[in-house]
Ligand binder design. Structure first.
Ligand SMILES: Cc1cc2nc3c(=O)[nH]c(=O)nc-3n(C[C@H](O)[C@H](O)[C@H](O)COP(=O)(O)OP(=O)(O)OC[C@H]3O[C@@H](n4cnc5c(N)ncnc54)[C@H](O)[C@@H]3O)c2cc1C
Length: 472
């Protein structure tokens, strides 16, 4: 089967989709029209889950757009597999563009109920956001193995390259980050297996953190392999060297930061979760357009809440000798505990400073998300190390890996905290808008005009031949 959500004009914002399912006169079916992009498995699937816009509803006097999920059979009249798409990596992926022209879909083929499509899509994505962190951990492990061997084997300047500090540093970071990545994906999986837990936030953190950490690992692995990292496996084999496919790993890996919710969308989702509660409580207080009455009501509501909430953010176990059972890792857990409260305080200060504008201050918001993700990763690493130690499995090594990961994460967290109120965000945003307005196009001159030349010949580039014809 395949999942058809994305369209040419609806990527990260699927609510913007234009595929429609209009109720037919018989009342027993819908007529589906539209085109879906990048459907994985779409060129092979027999069944499709298609998201389409159904007639809007009026709720409390306002129009509410409805997106509904339909089960569609590829063999039905009007379903056309237009083409197979080809990518930088994942060359074996059967992924295509699918067009629907007046396809009659029986009403009973609605998944869940009319209007619940987006919710269903988000739940489906949750699964991907749990499997992906685990698969990218697999990539990190493979990269680590490649680099461990190469750092011992490859001798330059008279010593194995793993002894040179620049490579040694990368190796240590790769190992401890791989440990943290595994800790995160295992912890999330355990939470899901236990049941009765809303995993959306952890799944989003795991997807974002692991995909990005893994990308850095693959990048550094390529660097450690030097020119051989950039050479294809078949070329290496032809020269009689071990065909280690790092360049392919890099091509295949990159999409992990884009699909199943891009890194930016994960940050937005997490930031909104963090800020929404405050905006609901005190939004009117900091909204210059709110009436005096609304401000007063918000003041009472927020006052009651923050009077109990805020003091708790100053006192906690993080200042006391605690988490003793974690041994050398206890200092890290105390830091996590203190920093979680500091994070909540800073969020409140940021809201007071930026008011309702905070929702649009992505550079600031994303720092909060990064701190939260690092703290989650630190906790996961410490807990996993402790679990392995309790089981009598690699206890000391696991603690060493977790300790190293936490030391580095601690520095990143401190840097992010500092940058919340000391940054160049406004200057950066202003400059970016001058870039998009075309003010600096002169900077793009002085090259042979690759973009222009490519556009000129684009229509003459032959399509990659199909191995077998796609059905239509
Ligand atoms: C190999 C592959 C397989 C895929 N498989 C499927 C599939 O099976 N089914 C399916 O339906 N789709 C599939 N997709 C689509 C995939 O989910 C989308 O690529 C993804 O949702 C992003 O959409 P987009 O590419 O249109 O990027 P856009 O939404 O156009 O985003 C472009 C950039 O802007 C950023 N951005 C967007 N909005 C914001 C914002 N509000 N704030 C900050 N930054 C923002 C994004 O993070 C991204 O960096 C696949 C794509 C690929 C490449």
């Amino acid at each position: 089967s395949a999942f058809a959500l994305t369209e040419v004009h609806a990527g990260s914002d699927p609510a913007n989709m234009s595929t429609t399912a209009t109720p037919a006169e018989d009342g027993a079916s819908f007529i589906l029209n539209g085109e879906k992009l990048w459907c994985t498995n779409g060129t092979r699937a027999e069944l499709l889950v298609v998201m389409a816009r159904t007639p809007s509803k009026i709720v409390a006097g306002k129009e509410k757009r409805q997106i509904t999920a339909f089960i569609v059979e590829v063999g039905w009249p009007g379903v056309e597999i237009v083409r197979r798409c080809h990518f930088m990596g994942l060359r074996a992926l059967e992924n295509g563009v699918i067009r629907f022209t007046n396809v009659r879909v029986p009403r009973e083929n609605i998944l869940w109920k009319e209007g619940s499509g987006l919710k269903l899509a988000l739940i489906t994505l949750n699964t991907g956001r749990l499997t992906l962190p685990s698969s990218v951990t697999g990539c990190a492990k493979a990269a680590l193995e490649i680099c461990r061997r190469w750092s011992n084997e490859r001798v330059q300047w008279g010593v194995p390259i793993g002894r040179h500090e620049a490579i040694a540093e990368k190796l240590a970071r790769m190992a401890s980050t791989t440990f943290a990545m595994e800790a995160i994906s295992e912890l999330c999986a355990a939470l899901v297996d236990r049941g009765g837990y809303d995993i959306r936030l952890e799944a989003a953190v795991a997807k974002m953190f692991n995909s990005e950490a893994g990308w850095k690992i693959v990048d550094e692995a390529l660097q450690i392999r030097g020119g051989r990292g950039y050479e294809t496996a078949s070329s290496l084999a032809a020269r009689g060297e071990e065909p280690i496919p790092l360049e392919r790993m890099m091509r295949d890996y990159r999409i992990n930061l884009i699909f199943e919710g891009s890194s930016e969308i994960m940050r937005l989702f997490l930031a909104r979760e963090a800020v929404d509660r405050h905006l609901q409580l005190a939004g009117d207080l900091v909204n210059p357009k709110a009436s005096a009455g609304a401000k007063l009501r918000a003041l009472v509501k927020a006052g009651l809440f923050y009077a109990a909430w805020y003091p708790r953010l100053w006192f906690g176990a993080g200042y006391l000798p605690s988490f003793g059972e974690f041994g050398v890792l206890s200092t890290h857990l105390r830091y996590v505990e203190r920093s979680s409260r500091r994070l909540a305080r800073m969020l409140l200060y940021a809201m007071m400073r930026h008011g309702a504008r905070l929702e649009r201050k992505q550079m600031t918001l994303f720092r909060f998300v990064e701190i939260g993700a690092e703290l989650f990763a630190m906790t996961s690493a410490c807990v996993r190390a402790r679990m392995l130690q309790k089981r009598g499995e690699q206890g000391e090594q696991a603690a060493a890996l977790a300790d190293h990961f936490c030391r580095l994460a601690h520095r990143r967290v401190e840097a992010s905290f500092r940058a919340i109120f000391h940054n160049d965000d406004d200057a950066t945003y202003r400059l970016s808008q001058r870039v998009t307005s075309g003010e600096f196009t002169w900077l793009e001159q002085g090259i042979v005009g690759l973009n222009h030349a490519l556009r000129e010949v684009a229509h003459t580039i032959p399509e990659v031949p199909e191995r077998e014809p796609v059905h239509s």
